[in-house]
Design a protein around this ligand. Structure first.
Ligand code: NAP
Length: 273
């Protein structure tokens, strides 16, 4: 099987390494950065330098592929529209007439927007709160509607990503001892990198299609996670200032029941502090 990973950053590289070690897949990956080619040649058969909006380059990279993982995130100074939307539009145009059988896209739970902390599942309407969230919602829609009936489209809506080299303590050490706006009562919704890799492979192997949330079982509030990180690593605790509005970009408790019902077993159901 030939697989193409469009966007080989933190998530894409981990999936490429896993596929290279455990599966008999022929892996091609993309980067926008020529300086990364040497490094990526260690985890893929072929490395292509391209922008997701470059139709000719993408058409050539997609030729002969069976499965595509789309896992892009904006580089510094580049807009969400130029990154997510233009890539999704270009990929969709090409995939409509290609041999690719499945695309797996790593989206985000933030598309749910502000649900006042309520439990949401994949049937809950998304409610983008800002321009970037609108772009992310539109990106999902482009893939789902343009490619409907043409190939399997699997959208994994990820919680906050942590894992090797992106540990919670690295993420939160700079807020330790500070006062944060709000009361930290929003659900935190995290997912470990190992489970992203596990779920991508599960989606590929079992030909999943449709939207699947991907978060762990921890069900902790934002303030509980930060308190546990500070406690575990002997950092000064954060205080909360309820007189200021929270700066969290979404507020919903994400259900992971659908992917579990499909048979996926979380590697890290509880968080690693
Ligand atoms: N961070 C979180 O907590 C979080 C939460 C929920 C969902 N997500 C989603 O998870 C996914 C993976 O995130 P990540 O942490 O792996 O991101 P990352 O490490 O920043 O990697 C992003 C990759 O996208 C590539 N890229 C950027 N612009 C591109 C373009 N215009 N065309 C083609 N490729 C482009 C980058 O190329 P270069 O190699 O040139 O840098 C890089 O390889 C993203 O879709 C993100 O939205 C993240």
């Amino acid at each position: 099987m030939n697989v193409l990973i469009i966007g080989c950053g933190y998530v894409g590289s981990a999936v490429a390494k896993y596929w290279q070690q455990k599966m008999t897949l022929v892996i091609t990956v993309t980067t926008t950065t020529p300086e990364r080619v040497l490094e990526l040649e260690n985890i893929a058969e072929k490395v292509v330098v391209l922008q997701g909006s470059d139709r000719a380059a993408l058409e050539s990279a997609l030729h002969g592929q069976d499965c595509v993982l789309l896992s892009i995130a904006p580089n510094r100074g580049i807009s969400y529209a130029d990154t997510y939307l233009k890539t999704a539009q270009t990929v969709s145009e090409i995939l409509k007439k290609s041999s690719v059988k499945q695309i797996i896209y790593t989206s985000t739970c933030s598309v749910y927007g502000d649900k006042n902390g309520a439990l949401v599942d994949e049937e809950t309407p998304t409610e983008p709160r800002n321009e970037n969230q609108k772009i992310l919602q539109e990106t999902e829609q482009v893939l789902l509607t343009e490619l409907k009936d043409k190939l399997r489209v699997c959208i994994l809506r990820l919680g906050g990503i942590y894992g090797e080299n992106r540990e919670l303590v690295k993420i939160y050490s700079r807020v330790a001892g500070q006062t944060r706006p709000g009361d930290g009562s929003e659900p935190s919704n995290w997912i470990h990198l190992d489970d992203i890799v596990g779920a991508v492979e599960f989606a590929r192997h079992y030909h999943l299609q449709g939207i699947y949330n991907l978060v762990d079982d921890a069900n902790l509030l934002n303030r509980e996670v930060i308190a546990r990180v500070c406690e575990t690593h002997n950092l000064p605790q954060v205080t909360w200032d309820n007189s200021q509005p929270s700066n969290r970009n979404y507020n919903a408790k994400i259900s992971n029941q659908k992917i579990k019902d499909a048979g996926y077993k979380l590697i890290h159901p509880q968080m690693i502090f």
